[in-house]
Write a protein that binds this ligand. Structure first.
Ligand code: SF4
Length: 431
């Protein structure tokens, strides 16, 4: 079969970007669509193409017409959900393809995609289940017994068999198809430094349950790690690309395995830089692990500090403390690892909270502070607790930079403070 996998174009709307002069958060790290390369890795017997509309926004229609796919698979996050629906419509109208959607929004809010021009929704990790769906479609067999795959039925509420995710869903023996994005490689760079960047996955899911986070539904709450051998293989497949972004939600969630991976990278004599997402409590409990990783090439970590107030951290179910965050900043500075710090600004902040954040960062500087606005993403526990307060329902605005519930301050003052925090945080920032 001919299968076209689609990464949506840059989309979504940001009020601070449109009206308050800040750059889009999503442009800071521009990466390859690893999730599609991973899916393609398990489609050996088919002709597969990836179109990355973030890199090449204008080629969708001509690709549909020239490639004539039997199946079009579209991924995306919440702020891309409306665009995914438009892409699905075009695929159905232009080539009458079977249209399948997947990714973070489809996994957290599958009912959203229960629409006429979409045929299937893949919920959670799709490497194995999408392969099973393609095999069933090719054989003309039933598709309603594949766990984690929902056949749409727009006149009714979606119903499907839930999937219990396990290591077999990683189909680890089959590597991502990096070759399918080779023509886009020059687009995958660290803009601040101009380095080429490659993506590798070392783990899926997360053992934690932060209320705002949409990662749980990707694996049914499980934390699944790749073997060090598979990670090394994938790093090798990226050739001479100097910076490897470990794209996991929580790369060092299994400390023993992270240590083993680090030692195997060292042992293999691989000299590259790595960027990984870690929790501050992992840094504080295992500083030696970061010393070892620094030696192996860990250049930067992205840490979800989220808040500077313990009560707020508790409300978010972060299972962490402000003192742990502060200690981790000190350890990472001492170790020479650059810190990208994620903080969440709640729409109920007032002037005092903004001032407290500025004062905290003056005392505990991170190399690149990032600020998102607390957003109840559909499918998360936070959404359930805030849904009655939501006033901005258009998912285009779920870019994590907009207040979708009313702000406590005057809205203009809220965004001015937010934009000021972003701008001042990025003076002299490094990665
Ligand atoms: S630790 Fe990070 S990845 Fe894990 S649930 Fe919390 S925010 Fe999500």
């Amino acid at each position: 079969m001919r299968i076209l996998l689609v990464n949506p174009p840059n989309c979504g709307r940001s009020i601070p970007e449109e009206q308050y002069g800040i750059d889009s958060l999503k442009l800071i790290l521009r990466g390859e669509p690893l999730c599609l390369e991973v899916l393609a890795g398990n489609l050996d017997d088919h002709e597969v193409k990836i179109v990355d509309l973030k890199a090449e926004p204008a080629v969708y229609t001509e690709t549909l017409v020239n490639f004539k796919p039997h199946v079009v698979g579209i991924t995306g996050v919440t702020c891309e959900a409306n665009t995914m629906v438009s892409l699905a419509f075009e695929a159905k109208e232009t080539v009458k393809a079977t249209v399948v959607v997947g990714g973070v929004h489809a996994s957290n809010d599958p009912q959203f995609f229960n629409k006429p021009h979409i045929d299937y929704i893949v919920v959670g990790l799709g490497k194995l289940s999408f392969g099973e769906l393609i095999a069933a479609l090719e054989a003309g067999g039933p598709t309603d017994e594949i766990p984690g795959v929902a056949k749409t039925d727009p006149r009714n509420v979606l119903s499907y068999l839930p999937r219990t995710y396990s290591p077999s869903d990683l189909v680890e023996e089959k590597p991502p198809r990096y070759d399918l994005v080779s023509s886009y490689r020059e687009h995958y760079i660290l803009p601040s430094l101009g380095f080429r960047l490659g993506a590798v996955s070392a783990a899926s899911g997360c053992p934690h349950r932060c209320s705002f986070c949409s990662i749980e539904k990707m694996t049914g709450g499980r934390y699944l790690t790749h073997s060090p051998e598979a990670v090394l293989r994938d790093i090798g497949l990226l050739g001479d690309i100097p910076v490897i972004r470990l794209v996991d939600a929580n790369t060092f969630g299994n400390v023993d395995q992270s240590r083993e991976l680090c030692r195997k990278i060292e042992g293999a004599g691989i000299r590259k830089n790595y960027v990984a997402d870690v929790r501050s409590d992992t840094v504080v409990r295992h500083p030696d692990l970061f010393v070892e990783w620094k030696k192996a090439g860990l250049r930067s970590v992205i840490v979800g500090f989220e808040e500077i107030d313990d009560g707020r951290l508790k409300e978010m179910e972060k299972a962490n403390t402000s003192s742990m965050n502060t200690e981790a900043i000190g350890i990472l500075h001492d170790t020479g690892i650059t810190i990208v710090g994620d903080f969440i600004i709640s729409p109920d902040w007032d002037e005092v909270r903004f001032q407290e954040m500025r004062a905290y960062l003056e005392k505990n500087p991170v190399d690149l502070p990032m600020f998102s606005v607390l957003t109840p993403l559909p499918g998360t526990p936070l959404y359930e607790s805030l849904k009655s307060k939501i006033t901005l329902h258009d998912l285009d605005f779920y870019t994590l930079t907009n207040a979708v519930i009313p702000t406590k301050m005057n809205e203009k003052a809220f965004y001015e403070n937010y934009a000021d925090l972003m701008k001042s945080g990025h003076i002299g920032a490094k990665l």
